[in-house]
Design a protein around this ligand. Structure first.
Ligand SMILES: Cc1cc2nc3c(=O)[nH]c(=O)nc-3n(C[C@H](O)[C@H](O)[C@H](O)COP(=O)(O)OP(=O)(O)OC[C@H]3O[C@@H](n4cnc5c(N)ncnc54)[C@H](O)[C@@H]3O)c2cc1C
Length: 396
């Protein structure tokens, strides 16, 4: 039996019959309602249990062991039926690339199967108050104690940390070597004694981020993702994947949204039909539409540092689109009271949320540095502290 037939068999036991009718008729509104009644995460979990979330991964890791070409057919089929296929949180998109490339077989078998089903939700504990763009200067420490590690320090901007079970933790395990060489990448249980989360409220009024304080948190060595002191390379596997995700890669499902937030070009186009446009707005909308199409076609081909190109483009075009939508709405969006009850208020919310697109996952300035240095081969930024032990380098 072909891969698509096998997938269809499983889908028929997971999804209600009307899903297929609505998907074939491209009736996204009806599909959204069915999705809400079944629950996206329930669908993802059932698909994950059958190995369809990552069909090319080994069976022991939660996949089906399919060749890449068959896996691509399966994913394309899920997308053609608008089936949600990305587990909530950052486990699948960010932690898994590092685990698959760097962790021991035991660690892979411990974490990957629960990542594909979404049974364990992950959050990213990389940034610190003094280490954002210059992530390698991070100060959170982990010290070995027999078969365990003891971690202490502060992390910040931890998206959805309050809903997550496990954190991707970068910690300094050797302070006496240059900054990039003394970091180790761990998984940490966010419910372990010594982990304290404090909410950060963003300008949309929502609670998306947290500060995370770690005080003598014990981590078993089997939860170490990278070899000791080789966490920088492993963190780059996560960061490269993050840039590509933030370039607008879709999450499947009838929402057709990227995780960056923001109204889609189709929604703004519908708004324009309804409200009318000035000639200049018309040009900007056409430009936004072309950008969205070009990005959609390009992002699937991006690998490694080149992902910074689409990350910068997506942040810029998404922000411009939300600005245009507010201009079309004019006076209707001036009196925002912080709520999202009306459709207009949701446009304001999306405008505010997408201001973060040029910061999250590394700022646009940092992406341009990566493009310059790693894609175009231009000279590196001057660094007077290169080669110095971390302890000798001044920090913010
Ligand atoms: C919505 C959102 C979600 C996030 N989620 C997470 C998360 O889940 N986990 C996590 O660990 N972090 C998360 N972050 C943090 C994010 O990765 C950092 O905010 C980002 O890397 C920038 O770091 P910073 O805020 O410390 O700014 P800084 O590094 O202090 O930068 C300040 C300014 O200086 C500029 N700058 C700094 N260095 C250079 C340079 N060398 N060349 C040119 N310009 C420079 C920057 O571009 C920026 O404009 C999130 C951030 C946002 C906004």
């Amino acid at each position: 039996m072909g891969v698509v037939n096998e997938l269809d068999n499983d889908l028929r036991s997971i999804l209600p019959g009307e899903w297929f009718t609505f998907a074939e008729g491209r009736d996204w509104n009806a599909l959204r309602e069915v999705q809400q009644s079944v629950g996206s995460q329930a669908i993802v979990r059932a698909l994950g249990r059958c190995g369809w979330i990552a069909p090319h991964w080994d069976v022991e890791h939660g996949g089906r062991g399919l060749p890449e070409s068959d896996a691509a057919l399966a994913i394309a089929h899920l997308d053609s039926l608008a089936v949600p296929r990305i587990p909530r949180g950052t486990g699948f998109v960010l932690a898994a690339p590092a685990i698959r490339q760097f962790a021991s077989e035991e660690t892979k078998r411990r974490f990957l199967p629960k990542i594909v089903t979404g049974e364990e939700m992950w959050a990213q504990l990389f940034s610190e108050p003094g280490a954002g763009s210059d992530l390698a200067s991070l100060a959170c420490r982990a010290v070995r104690d027999g078969g365990e590690w003891v971690a202490s320090g502060q992390k910040v901007w931890t998206t959805l940390g309050h809903e997550a079970d496990i954190g991707m933790l970068l910690a300094r395990t050797d302070p006496d070597v240059p900054k990039n060489n003394g970091i180790t990448y761990f998984a940490v249980d966010l419910r372990a004694p010594g982990v304290e989360l404090r909410p950060l409220i963003q300008m949309t009024g929502e609670h998306e981020f947290n500060q995370v304080f770690l005080s003598d948190v014990r981590i078993p060595d089997s939860w170490r993702i990278s070899p000791v002191n080789e966490g920088w390379a492993a963190s780059n596997a996560s960061l490269a994947a993050e840039r590509i995700t933030l370039s607008g890669q879709g999450a499947g499902g009838p929402q057709k949204r990227s995780i960056l937030g923001g109204k889609t070009t189709d929604e703004v186009l519908a708004l324009a039909h309804d409200r009318g446009l000035t000639p200049v707005q018309r040009q900007r909308l056409v430009e936004a539409w072309i950008n969205a199409k070009t990005l959609g076609l390009t992002v699937g081909r991006m690998r490694g540092p080149a992902g910074s190109i689409t990350k910068v483009m997506k942040a810029k075009s998404n922000q411009e689109l939300q600005c245009l939508a507010l201009e079309i709405l004019g006076a209707d969006v001036i009196g925002w009271d912080g709520g999202v009850k009306s459709e207009y208020a949701r446009y304001v919310r999306e405008f505010l949320r997408t201001r973060a697109n040029s910061i999250e996952g590394g700022t646009s300035e940092i992406q341009r540095n990566i493009i310059g240095e790693q894609v175009l081969g231009l000279p590196r930024e001057p660094n007077p502290w290169a080669g110095q032990p971390w302890t000798q380098v001044p920090r913010n």
